[in-house]
Design a protein around this ligand. Structure first.
Ligand code: AMP
Length: 216
C-alpha cells in the first residue's frame, strides 16, 4: 500500500502521518525530515538543500526526487509507504509514478487534508518541534508538559527557521499556488480523497483511515 498525504504546512499532516502509518502498517517517509536529517549530518545534499529551505523555497525537483526515490528503494519501504511532503510539484508526481512503476508498484490513494489558510497561519506561528525526533507541539493548542522540553524524549524544542516571519507566508503561497495542481493530477487519475483537517485530531484520524480503507 502506497499512500500520499497532501496538506499545507500546519495542516496537521505530520502528526496525522505518524499515527496513520502505524495503523496501516507502512513506513512514514517525510521529505522534510529527510532533508533536516541530511542537514544535521552535514552531508553535501543537506548543505545544498539548506539554502532553499532557509528561504522558504522548494528544493529543486532533481535533488528532491533523487533523494526520495533512493529512500523508497530501501528494504524497509517494501511493505508500503505513507509519503508526507512529497510529491509537491507535478514533475515530482510524474517522476514518482515512473520510479514506482519500475519496481512494479503504484500509488493507491492521495489524500488531501484540507484546512483554511487563516487557520494554518495561526497554527504555524505556535509550532515547535523537538531536536531528537521531530515530535510536534504547539504552544497554543498542544503545549508540552514542561515548557521547551519534549514530553516523549526530553530533548529541546525549537521553532523551525521556515516557520518564522515571511518564510511562513511564502510557503503557504507556494502551496496554494503550486501544490494545488497536484490535486488535479490525482483527481484525474481517480485517486484523490479529501478529508476536512479543521476538526479535532482524533476525528481527522478516523476520517483519514476511512478515506483510505474505503478505496482499497
Ligand atoms: P516540510 O517539513 O515538509 O515542511 O519541508 C520543509 C522544507 O523542505 C520545505 O519548505 C522545502 O524547502 C523542503 N522540501 C520538503 N519536501 C520537498 C519537496 N517535495 N519538494 C521540494 N522541497 C521540499
Amino acid at each position: 500500500m502506497n499512500i500520499i498525504l497532501i496538506g499545507a504546512q500546519g495542516s496537521g499532516k505530520g502528526t496525522q502521518a505518524e499515527k496513520l502509518a502505524q495503523v496501516l502498517g507502512v513506513l512514514h517517509v517525510a521529505s522534510g525530515d529527510l532533508f533536516r536529517s541530511a542537514i544535521a549530518q552535514g552531508t553535501e545534499l543537506g548543505m545544498k538543500a539548506k539554502i532553499y529551505i532557509d528561504r522558504g523555497d522548494l528544493v529543486p525537483d532533481d535533488i528532491t526526487v533523487a533523494m526520495v526515490l533512493s529512500r523508497l528503494q530501501e528494504p524497509d519501504c517494501a511493505r508500503g509507504v505513507l509519503l508526507d511532503g512529497f510529491p509537491r510539484t507535478l514533475e515530482q508526481a510524474k517522476a514518482l509514478d515512473r520510479g514506482l512503476q519500475e519496481a512494479d508498484r503504484f500509488i493507491d490513494t492521495a489524500v488531501y487534508l484540507e484546512v483554511p489558510r487563516e487557520i494554518l497561519l495561526k497554527r504555524l506561528s505556535g509550532r515547535y518541534i523537538c531536536r531528537a525526533n521531530q515530535h510536534i507541539y504547539n504552544i497554543n493548542t498542544r503545549p508540552p508538559k514542561v515548557p521547551g522540553i519534549c514530553d516523549l524524549d526530553g530533548s529541546e524544542l525549537y521553532q523551525r527557521s521556515d516557520d518564522q516571519g515571511e518564510a511562513v507566508q511564502k510557503r503557504l503561497d507556494i502551496f496554494f499556488n503550486g501544490t494545488f495542481k497536484l490535486l488535479d493530477y490525482y483527481r484525474d487519475e481517480g485517486k484523490l480523497a479529501t478529508v476536512n483537517g479543521n476538526q479535532d485530531v482524533e476525528k481527522v484520524h478516523k476520517d483519514l483511515v476511512k478515506a483510505i480503507t474505503d478505496r482499497l
